[in-house]
Design a protein around this ligand. Structure first.
Ligand code: SMG
Ligand code: MG
Length: 376
């Protein structure tokens, strides 16, 4: 793996925006339904040019404790000023500068990505090359929300299979688990299939969850709560289906603990959840050294985060298809000029400098609902 250097930049200001981008269809998980993606976009203005990042929080603290207003507040009040207070910053220093502020990893990740993008654009290096990518195309999976009933789910999944997605993930929750999974398995035979509970169960549901073993799933994702590493280990020992952790993996330390406790056989890596793409790379490296399969999760990213996810997912340890799907799976209009498309079930890893995508300024303006500039 070759990894490249990133230049130091002098930060002049951060521009933060809240965007409201309509979804092509409602997205329902065990914790709720979204029809509009509320997301924070970060622009870092530097002596070397601009860089772009995305804070992947949602409007409400349902997936994690972070949400739009908490991320906005901590980013504008503490994180951006801490970075702007430095004479110059290299991307690998960002996490350390922000370390004194406890938590708020999605907010930190969005700022770090903007610095990374500016710095890599300045040196003409792609984020993929910087992270150590070894592929130029990555297999694309799709995450399918809970539908009206199992038969509607079968129809929606069929549409994605027709488009070419190589792996299907369905969301489950109590009462919408075994029948939904059975319906998809029965309709489409031995497609690569997995389920995601987003923490909707407890250890009391072990008998129910063990019924999933009948469906030869790739994995069951985050059945229990974020801090349930010991319970996940107990559950994993009772299931044939591999347990994968998402919400629980908040850091390299959490990954180490989960591995030591045997809480998970597979890890979902999301840069936002772990505080940035560089921390995500470290978790990848840890897992690669130990033969722990990893895959790249998604947070309904715009073209900014989606490009970065494609770069991350091109690292050698990402041996399972991730949730890096085409932009049109969520959006009719994205905020980049060339949104990610599906090509024969795969997504192309951007090769241009930095994120390798250009911002569609009209779309960005159209979706902006709040804007603030934080200066030195
Ligand atoms: O970006 O395709 C995507 C979404 C993938 O299911 C997805 N993400 O728990 O993995 C997950 C969820 C978190 C977001 S739910 C609103
Ligand atoms: Mg998940």
């Amino acid at each position: 793996m070759t990894r490249t250097e990133a230049a130091r930049v002098q930060l002049q200001e951060f521009e933060l925006r809240v965007l409201h981008i309509p979804l092509v269809a409602p997205f329902t998980t065990s914790f709720g339904t979204e029809t509009v993606r509320e997301v924070i976009i970060v622009r870092a203005l530097t002596d070397a040019g601009d860089g772009w990042g995305e804070i992947v929080t949602q409007a409400a603290p349902l997936y994690s404790s972070e949400y739009t207003q908490s991320a906005w507040d901590v980013a504008s009040r503490y994180l951006a000023p801490a970075l702007l207070g430095r004479e110059s910053v290299a991307p690998h220093e960002v996490a350390g500068i922000l370390e004194p502020f406890v938590g708020h990893r999605m907010a930190k990740a969005g700022l770090e990505l903007a610095v990374l993008d500016a710095s890599l654009r300045a040196t003409g290096t792609s984020l993929a090359a910087h992270l150590g990518a070894v592929k130029d195309m990555i297999p694309s999976g799709v995450s399918v929300g809970i539908q009206r009933d199992p038969s509607a789910l079968v129809d929606v999944v069929g549409g994605y299979l027709d488009e070419g997605y190589v792996r299907i993930k369905i969301k489950i929750k109590p009462g919408r688990d075994i029948d939904d999974t059975a319906a998809v398995r029965n309709a489409y035979g031995d497609i690569p299939l997995q389920v995601d509970a987003n923490s909707a169960y407890t250890l009391a549901d072990v008998d129910l969850l063990s019924q999933l073993d009948a469906f030869d799933l790739l994995l069951v994702e985050q059945p229990l709560q974020e801090d349930d590493l010991v319970d996940h280990a107990t559950l994993a020992a009772r299931l044939k289906t591999p347990v994968c952790l998402d919400e629980s993996i908040t850091s390299l330390k959490a990954t180490r603990d989960a591995h030591a406790l045997r809480s998970a056989a597979v890890i979902n890596i999301k840069a936002g959840r772990v505080g940035g793409y560089l921390a995500a790379r470290d978790i990848h490296d840890f897992c690669l050294d130990r033969d722990i399969p990893v895959w790249c999760g998604g947070m309904l990213e715009t073209g900014i985060g989606r490009a970065a996810n494609a770069a991350l997912a091109a690292l050698p340890g990402f041996t399972l298809p991730g949730d890096v799907s085409a932009s049109d799976r969520f959006y009719t209009r994205d905020i980049v000029t060339e949104p990610i498309v599906l090509e024969d079930g795969h997504v192309r890893v951007p090769t241009g400098p930095g994120l390798g995508v250009e911002i569609d300024r009209d779309a960005l303006e159209n979706f902006t609902v709040v804007r603030e500039t934080v200066r030195r």
